[in-house]
Design a protein around this ligand. Structure first.
Ligand code: BEZ
Ligand code: FE
Length: 306
C-alpha cells in the first residue's frame, strides 16, 4: 500500500490525472497541482486557513453576475491578469501596442459613432478632450477601417454601469479608422477611481492596506481583419496613482499626455491626446482579451451547466 504523506501526495495526484486525454489540460492541471501543493507546504497551511480560503473563493463566486466579475478582479489585483497580458504580448511575431487590462466594465455592442463625434452622450461637468492618431501595421502603414472600441469612467471616476440603468450606455462607443488609418474622437477627461471594493476582493485589499485606486485611463479594443486584436488602455500622465495601479495595468509606453496645445490636432483649441496604435499580424485563432463582458461569461457557464 502506498504511503500518502506531505511528500508523496503531489506525485500521487499527478499520476492519477495522467489519464487526461487533452495534453494541454493535462499540462495545466499537473502544474497547478504541483504549485498549489508547493504553496501549501511553503506556508504550512493549517485547516483553519484552508477553510478561510475556501470561504473567500465561495464569496468571490457568489459576487459574480451579468454586471460583475469578481474572479477577474481577483486575478487583476494579484497581478495575474497583467502577467497573462505580458505572456500574450511576448508570443507576438511582430511588435505592437502593449496590452493592458480589459477590466470588468467592458460591454459588447456599444454604439457606433462617426469620426469626430463625442462618446459623452449624457451631460458631464468634466472638461472635454480630443483623442486622435493612427492605427498602423508593424511597418507603420495605416490600417483602414480598423475598429476602435473605447470605454472609460467619467469625471467622477464612475463607469456608466455604476451610475445608470446598465442598459443606458455612456462614455463608450465604436469608431472606424479612415482610409489612411486615422481616427479622431471627442470625450471628457476621465478621473482615476477605486476598483469595486464592496466584495471579497475589497476585503482583501483593505486587509493588505492597499489604496485600491487605478490611475485615470481610457480603454481601447482595436482590431481589423488580418491583424492581432489589441486590448489596451492609455493612462493619463500626472495621475497620483500612475506608479501604484492596484491592478498593475500601467506600463511606460501606455502613459499619454493631455496637451493643451497641439498644432496638428484636428480639434482646434481643445486639450488633446495624440497616440498611434500598432497592430501586429494575426496569428492563430486565440483571443488576446484578458477579461470579457461579464454577461458573456455568465452565459457560457449557464450553457455549460445545461
Ligand atoms: C478597469 O480598468 O476598468 C479595471 C480593471 C481592473 C480592475 C478593476 C477595474
Ligand atoms: Fe477602467
Amino acid at each position: 500500500m502506498r504511503v500518502i504523506d506531505e511528500n508523496t501526495i503531489t506525485d500521487a495526484a499527478i499520476e492519477q490525472m495522467a489519464s487526461t486525454p487533452n495534453p494541454r489540460l493535462r499540462q495545466i492541471m499537473e502544474a497547478a497541482v504541483r504549485h498549489l501543493h508547493a504553496f501549501a507546504r511553503e506556508v504550512d497551511l493549517t485547516p483553519d486557513e484552508w477553510i478561510e480560503g475556501i470561504k473567500f473563493l465561495t464569496a468571490t463566486g457568489q459576487m459574480c453576475s451579468a454586471y460583475r466579475q469578481e474572479f477577474i478582479l481577483l486575478s487583476d489585483t494579484m497581478g495575474l491578469s497583467s502577467l497573462i497580458n505580458s505572456l500574450h504580448d511576448r508570443r507576438a511575431t511582430e511588435a505592437g501596442t502593449k496590452s493592458s487590462l480589459l477590466g470588468p466594465f467592458y460591454r459588447q455592442d456599444s454604439p457606433t459613432f462617426e469620426l469626430g463625434e463625442s462618446i459623452a452622450t449624457k451631460a458631464h461637468g468634466g472638461p472635454e478632450i480630443g483623442i486622435y492618431g493612427r492605427v498602423t501595421d508593424g511597418a507603420g502603414k495605416g490600417v483602414p477601417h480598423a475598429s476602435i472600441e473605447i470605454w472609460q469612467p467619467d469625471e467622477d471616476g464612475d463607469y456608466d454601469l455604476q451610475k445608470h440603468d446598465p442598459k443606458e450606455m455612456d462614455l463608450r462607443g465604436r469608431f472606424f479608422t479612415d482610409a489612411e488609418g486615422r481616427f479622431y474622437l471627442r470625450t471628457i477627461r476621465p478621473l482615476g477611481y477605486m476598483i469595486p471594493m464592496d466584495g471579497p476582493v475589497g476585503d482583501m485589499i483593505r486587509a493588505q492596506k492597499r489604496h485600491g485606486y487605478r490611475p485615470a485611463h481610457i480603454h481601447f479594443l482595436i482590431g481589423a481583419p488580418g491583424y492581432r486584436e489589441v486590448v489596451t488602455a492609455l493612462y493619463i500622465a500626472g495621475d497620483e496613482h500612475i506608479e501604484s495601479d492596484t491592478v498593475f495595468g500601467v506600463t511606460e509606453s501606455l502613459v499619454a499626455h493631455v496637451q493643451d496645445r497641439d498644432e496638428a490636432s484636428p480639434f482646434n483649441g481643445m486639450p488633446v491626446i495624440r497616440y498611434d496604435f500598432q497592430l501586429g499580424a494575426v496569428q492563430g485563432a486565440g483571443s488576446g482579451r484578458v477579461g470579457a463582458d461579464p454577461s458573456q461569461i455568465l452565459k457560457k457557464t449557464e450553457a455549460a451547466a445545461d
